[in-house]
Design a protein around this ligand. Structure first.
Ligand code: GDP
Ligand code: MN
Length: 391
């Protein structure tokens, strides 16, 4: 689950990480009011969307008067913001964060993430902040410093020193102290809130020598949400693809993709392999969908409906290896969805495993039009052929 910048900064405050004074606003009036109440000018108007690169995309504006603040807010609010991370259609901005402007002296990068290969958290720090860390890593990897954390021991003060004392020039002693404690605080936050990412880019030193988190990004591990009930309330469904949101509601593992072949598969591994085979056959998958072992007829039905709702879908591949999910349950779910919806795209089915005879019989005795593939390679070739024909 992703959080907005203003939500991340509220959490930063709780953990003692200094952030500029600010207030979120959903209208121009609210934004002006926020400006009046906050120290400034200057103020900063920041689009609140789940995407980075807002600065370059025009979603972060430093303004020097209330008139400018008003203008910037009305430019940004209610329109899609296009950044490197949003795709060409952009993301609609529903809220802006109004903040007191700060005088930036230096910009650093700081983040905590899980390093999967080392199976532990890693604190990443760079004095080349403000820009994208991927670029820094590609161009000057020596500027990206890492401290791996033994989760049983936790963050050790010397590790913060390893990072901060790399700075050239080294800031004054008070600033160094602030940085050391800030890094420790971000690690504590990361662990306490079950984060998958906690990032500050840029972490700045102001002209007055204060360390300050100018930007903030927090992603919460979905598996931690059962014990992070307060955080769950911060979820913003407006930021999600509507089909992804619907799938989430029914507990279906679905991720919308940009291709045109809908895939309905049981098992995450088989779903990944099916996507590979579709690509190998020269087409692109429209989604990842793992209906899961314990899927009920109702979930199969919902999953199939979601695939059909995607207007890009030109053909559907159902690839089921019945194990815990029985083939007859799958067949009944598909038929239940087909009864409700007028299906205009070809369906290719490859069915094997538990209760396969029963599943096939259910499908064959129905009005559903479909083709049967004998194996995965044939299934992918057939579905690709259907898409070519319809094109
Ligand atoms: P992002 O582009 O989505 O990562 O948004 P950021 O919050 O990182 O803002 C982009 C850039 O705007 C930052 O790297 C800063 O250089 C600049 N910026 C943000 N806040 C202020 C501010 O208060 N004063 C000044 N001068 N620049 C700011
Ligand atoms: Mn940033």
């Amino acid at each position: 689950m992703k959080l907005h910048e203003y939500q991340a900064k509220d959490i930063f405050r709780k953990f003692g990480i200094p952030v500029p004074k600010g207030r979120v606003a959903a209208s121009v009036d609210e934004a002006v009011k926020a400006g009046q109440d906050l120290p400034g000018p200057p103020w900063v108007v920041k689009a609140q969307v789940h995407a980075g690169g807002r600065g370059k995309g025009g979603g972060v504006r430093v303004v020097k008067s209330l008139d400018e603040l008003k203008q910037a807010t009305s430019d940004i609010l209610g329109r899609p913001l296009v950044t490197k991370q949003t795709g060409p259609e952009g993301k609609k901005v529903h809220q802006v964060l109004i903040e007191e402007g700060v005088h930036i002296d230096r910009e650093f990068y700081l983040a905590v993430v899980i390093d999967r290969s080392k199976a532990r958290p890693v604190v990443i720090f760079s004095q080349a902040g403000g820009m994208e860390i991927e670029e820094v890593a590609a161009r000057s990897p020596e500027l990206v410093l890492k401290e791996f954390v033994d989760p049983k021991i936790g963050w050790m003060p010397f590790q913060a020193k390893n990072l901060v004392y790399s700075l050239d020039p080294l800031p004054g002693p008070d600033t160094v102290k602030e940085l050391l404690s800030l890094i420790g605080a971000l690690y504590r936050l990361f662990m306490a809130q079950d984060c998958s990412l906690a990032e500050i880019n840029p972490l700045v030193i102001t002209k007055e020598g204060k360390a300050l988190a100018i930007d903030g990004k927090i992603n919460i591990d979905d598996n931690g949400l059962v014990r992070q009930k307060d955080l769950k309330a911060l979820d913003d469904p407006r930021e999600k693809d509507p089909l992804d949101a619907k799938a989430e509601q029914y507990n279906i593992n679905y991720i919308r993709l940009s291709g045109n072949i809908g895939a309905m598969v049981n098992g995450a591994g088989l779903a990944m392999a099916t996507m590979d085979v579709i690509k190998l056959a020269g087409a692109e998958p429209a989604n990842f969908l793992d209906v899961g072992g314990g899927a009920s007829e109702e979930m199969v039905k919902k999953g199939f409906e979601i695939i059909l709702e995607d207007k890009n879908v030109k053909a559907i591949l159902i690839n089921i290896f019945g194990g815990i999910l029985r083939c007859d349950v799958l067949a009944r779910g598909v038929l239940a969805a087909a009864e409700k919806i007028d299906i205009k795209v070809p369906i290719i089915i490859r069915l094997e495993g538990t209760n396969v005879q029963e599943g096939r019989a259910i499908l064959q005795n129905s009005n559903l039009k479909f083709m049967v593939a004998k194996d995965m390679a044939e299934a992918a070739a057939m579905v690709t052929e259907q898409v070519r024909r319809s094109a």
